[in-house]
Write a protein that binds this ligand. Structure first.
Ligand SMILES: Nc1nc2c(c(=O)[nH]1)N[C@@H](CN(C=O)c1ccc(C(=O)N[C@@H](CCC(=O)O)C(=O)O)cc1)CN2
Ligand code: GAR
Length: 193
């Protein structure tokens, strides 16, 4: 059974979708570790509620340590096979990516390569899509490389926007689409490994 480690900065909606799929045996995997850079992240309590080991890794807690090295060490200690970024807001450094080559996966809330890169996270993405008067949006599940949102795509899903789409309605639709797309993408990866 493959072992999944989660990196999340806030709610961990992607983590919840993965955890549910594991419990329902849709995914032959288990979430063994959750790490957040945010002391107040709701994902930490969600992990605790599932008796999943969870840790805060940030500069406040580890002022003299390389945070990516700390993350790498924890992922190795828990024998993680794949890392999933569930709304993780920090750029992963080269060494962590090398340690988990082609084993770090992210869900981006837009149809890459458009609306990606530095600054493109959370509602910033949806605001940009609406401002650009895009006819469609969606999500892209991709491998993570050294640059933001430039890794190989695993799965991309899209839908047409309503005429009066709001940032909030778009965010909700994207998160709902991600819940199924993330699991479908991970099934492809986990089942082929
Ligand atoms: N090396 C990589 N690291 C990360 C990737 C990646 O593809 N390669 N994906 C991101 C997730 N992400 C989009 O999907 C993303 C997250 C955050 C940002 C961003 O601009 N962050 C700000 C800081 C925001 C904050 O501190 O709250 C910044 O870098 O200035 C862009 C894209 C996760 N890591
Ligand atoms: N570019 C990164 C990014 O914007 N990731 C996005 O954060 C949301 C997770 O939020 P959550 O913390 O509420 O689960 C997800 O929609 C994900 O695509």
């Amino acid at each position: 059974m493959k072992r999944i480690g989660i990196l999340a900065s806030h709610n961990g909606s992607g983590f919840e979708a993965i955890q549910k799929a594991c419990e329902q045996k849709i995914l032959n995997a288990q979430v063994v570790l959750v790490i957040s850079n945010n002391t107040d992240a709701k994902v930490l309590q969600k992990a605790a509620n599932k008796n999943i080991p969870n840790f805060i890794v940030n500069a406040k807690k580890y002022p003299d340590e390389n945070l990516d090295e700390k993350i790498t060490n924890l992922m190795c200690e828990f024998r993680v096979d794949y890392i999933f970024l569930s709304g993780f807001m920090k750029k992963l450094e080269k060494n962590l990516i090398k340690s988990f080559k082609n084993r770090i996966i992210n869900s981006h809330p837009a149809l890459l390569p458009k609306f990606g890169g530095k600054g493109m996270y959370g509602t910033n993405v949806h605001k940009a899509v609406i401002k650009a008067k895009e006819k469609s949006s969606g999500c892209t599940v991709h491998y993570v490389n050294e640059n933001y949102d430039e890794g190989e795509y695993i799965l991309q899903k899209s839908f047409l926007l309503d005429e009066n789409e709001s940032v909030e309605s778009l965010e909700n639709k994207i998160k709902s689409l991600e819940a199924t797309t993330i699991v479908e993408a991970l099934k492809k990866v986990v089942n082929n490994s």
